[in-house]
Design a protein around this ligand. Sequence first.
Ligand SMILES: [Zn+2]
Ligand SMILES: [Zn+2]
Length: 172
Amino acid sequence: MILDLRKYEDFPVRELLDIEPSQVRLFRDDVKKIISVLIDLSIQKSSEEYFCRSKITARVMLECSRCLEETLTELYETADFIICSANRTAVKDKDIVDDEDYVYYQGDELRVDLSDIVYQTLILALPMKPLCSETCRGLCPRCGMNLNTGRCNCRVKEPDERWRGLRNLFNQ
Ligand SMILES: [Zn+2]
Ligand SMILES: [Zn+2]
């Protein structure tokens, strides 16, 4: 996921980057497949630093945490970061600087790898417990049937103890 800044002559630049999904890994078991990743990137240059604003949109198949079916989910998150030379150690001395917001290039290369930025941004956008729908009924705890597709024959509710005395009365 290499961004080559040498190809731009005039700033600001706006670019849509269509990332090959196989280059993105999200390291979570419930992410079953990454279908597409798009970065809408704006770059402004200021002396030797490149200020980047990005909107990252990804379409992923997530496993529903209730029924375990795969569900298509669109993730969206913004990420701002600054690209600068790894030689600019002065930058790191500023106490206000959060190192995570910086992406460094080596020497005069002007090439950076955006993998970390994309990974960190999409991980934040992932729901903690993905759902296929807010009203997902999940699986029957007894037989494992997907209750969105119908009803099983399990008696999930135990009879209320308070009725027992009355029932015994009738049975006498
Ligand atoms: Zn579900
Ligand atoms: Zn059941």
